[in-house]
Ligand binder design. Sequence first.
Ligand code: C5P
Length: 235
Amino acid sequence: MTFSTPESRLIVALDVADRAAAERLVRATEGVVGVYKVGLEFAIAGGLSFAKELVDAGHDVFLDMKLLDIANTVAGGVRSAGLIGAKFLTVHAYPQAIRAAVSARPAGLNIVAVTVLTSLDDADLVETGYAMTAAALVEKRIGQAAALGADCIVCAPTEATVAKRTGLTVITPGIRMPDDAAGDQKRVATPQDAIRAGADAIVVGRPINAASDPRAAAERYCAAIAEGLAGRDGL
Ligand code: C5P
């Protein structure tokens, strides 16, 4: 996967309630954002047909559906994402789900394995029933996703260095500038640190989609990506 410019490495989450808000956000940020991500909130509110229109208009689209279901259903979801023309589709990094997604993957669609949500810390994993730290579980899932043929990995910026060793494309959410609110994210880092740690692309939601000037916010993130690129060697 080629990321030729800082802008091409910026994935903006269209976490909005309706089409009008999504249209405003796309219009405001066109040219300074590489990929638009449609997740649960907007998908359930008509975002999937909007995603198709974005593709038809020449944009790269990331469908953040975080698929996790029986193999047959995951495979069907992957085929449908292919019909939309999405470039990226997320699947929770459970081996059975990744296997199903990879086996149904159409040309041009990258299967993105989500390791452990960046809103989860060790205590949350204990509550969920895992007897592992977030770092250990992420490392295990990174290895499995790579072995099973996923194309990209989503992990926290703090785990990007380990993910990068697999040779897969590394995408990190949980990105914040020092003066941004963390919100519910628990494993956060700046764009500069994420890129220096090996992230190929970053996902940014609220700091851009809830900004009073989303274009200015996106430009600030692109500048930070460029700074991170200037400070990393050999990645
Ligand atoms: O607003 P914020 O920048 O926290 O948004 C991050 C986006 O990345 C959200 O759309 C969220 O669903 C997504 N995401 C995440 N952590 C993951 C995978 C996806 O925050 N592990």
